[in-house]
Write a protein that binds this ligand. Structure first.
Ligand SMILES: Cc1cc2nc3c(=O)[nH]c(=O)nc-3n(C[C@H](O)[C@H](O)[C@H](O)COP(=O)(O)O)c2cc1C
Length: 351
């Protein structure tokens, strides 16, 4: 099973619709504050809007450190009837999450983690619950098997395990043997996450971890096709494009040549079609948010352009024309501006 990782300010319903159409089996929402949801704060519910085009099983991710709030928030999300499961964020090192005692801070308080999983399961009203966590707070304290036993013991249906320690944040190698230890310790499925940017990475992660499936994060941002490519590789099909070498982004590594990069990118026509679809979905989502939550203080066309500045560049990474697009990002104020910039920077793409 291939699962799109939760990513704040990235995995909204428009992005998830793209991930499903690119071959993901499951997605996760952006993280949502359990405290905010349980209090009915106006900022939280718009994050849980869902487009009809998002066709697939999506888990809503909650973060927090108060079991009562977690249970109440879970109940509210389950009552929306929009999601197929709930996920506990027990690995995020972002300051706003650590400040409230949630995310990776839970790796320092396993009794609280246990109570939060139990609270989420109680509030989930029968929906499956997953726990997304790390292999431990730092390499001196590997905890993967213990975390898996906690999740299973409190009724979670599966575990998504980021193979990096919280101290490494989002870079560096994954400790796949720790993921393997977690998978061996429990009967619930364990999904391996971290650094999967290509079918080769996916095959290597599965081999090294013995996980039941994979969770992909940044590798699928700007490349929703990655899921189908991984699936084809798992089925034994020849790999469509050469993989980036593992050390390419290491500090001091020399940049890949233009010829290497050109062989590694998807056809520009596919990419432009994906950008158009993603942009249209993003606009539909902003309009839906505004219609259902009139207190949302944005104008959909302008808001989508601001958000999409973050996405559009990721689609064209590693491609001639990408730097010209990057220079124009701050001048993109509407969906029409975005499409015009893409047409100017990639004149070979079909209109
Ligand atoms: C911009 C960004 C936002 C993220 N937001 C979340 C989040 O909301 N919840 C969460 O559990 N993890 C979050 N993560 C971590 C990812 O889900 C994933 O575990 C991490 O990026 C490692 O996977 P990757 O190497 O495939 O990207 C985020 C990561 C990034 C880079």
């Amino acid at each position: 099973m291939l699962w799109m990782a939760p990513m704040a300010e990235v995995t909204d319903s428009a992005f998830r619709a793209m991930a499903f159409s690119g071959g993901a089996d499951r997605c996760t929402t952006e993280m949502v504050s359990a405290a905010g949801l349980s209090r009915g704060s106006p900022g939280s519910l718009p994050l849980l809007e869902r487009l009809p085009e998002e066709r697939g099983a999506t888990f809503a991710q909650l973060y927090g450190a108060d079991p009562h709030q977690m249970e109440e928030a879970a109940r509210r999300v389950a009552a929306l009837g929009r999601f197929q499961g709930l996920d506990l964020n027990a690995g995020c090192p972002a300051p706003k999450v650590l400040r409230c005692g949630g995310g990776a801070a839970l790796l320092e308080d396993l009794p609280l983690l246990r109570r939060l999983v139990a609270a989420l399961v109680r509030g989930a009203d029968g929906l499956p619950v997953s726990v997304k966590t790390r292999v431990g707070p730092d390499p001196a304290r590997p905890l993967a098997a213990e975390l898996a036993r906690i999740a299973e013991g409190e009724g979670a249906a599966c575990l998504a395990l980021h193979g990096r320690y919280a101290s490494a944040r989002h870079s560096g190698p994954c400790d796949w043997p720790q993921v393997a230890a977690a998978a061996a310790a429990v009967r619930i499925p364990v999904f391996a996450n971290g650094g999967i940017r290509s079918p080769e990475d996916a095959l290597a992660a599965l081999r090294a971890s013995g996980a039941a499936g994979l969770m992909v994060g940044r590798g699928a941002v700007g490349c929703p096709f990655l899921f189908a490519e991984i699936r084809a590789a798992l089925a034994g099909a020849p790999l469509p494009r050469p993989a980036p070498p593992p050390n390419e982004t290491a500090p001091g590594a020399s940049p890949p040549s233009a010829a290497t990069l050109a062989r590694r990118v998807a056809p520009v026509a596919d990419v432009v079609a994906a950008v158009r679809s993603h942009l249209a979905l993003s606009l539909a989502l902003k309009r839906r948010m505004k219609a259902n939550h009139p207190e949302c203080d944005f104008e959909p066309e302008r808001a989508v352009a601001l958000d999409f500045r973050r996405h559009v560049f990721t689609y064209f990474r590693n491609r001639p024309g990408a730097s010209a697009l990057r220079r124009r990002l701050n001048d993109l104020h509407s969906p029409a501006d975005i499409l015009a910039a893409v047409a100017d920077c990639f004149p070979d793409a079909p209109r």
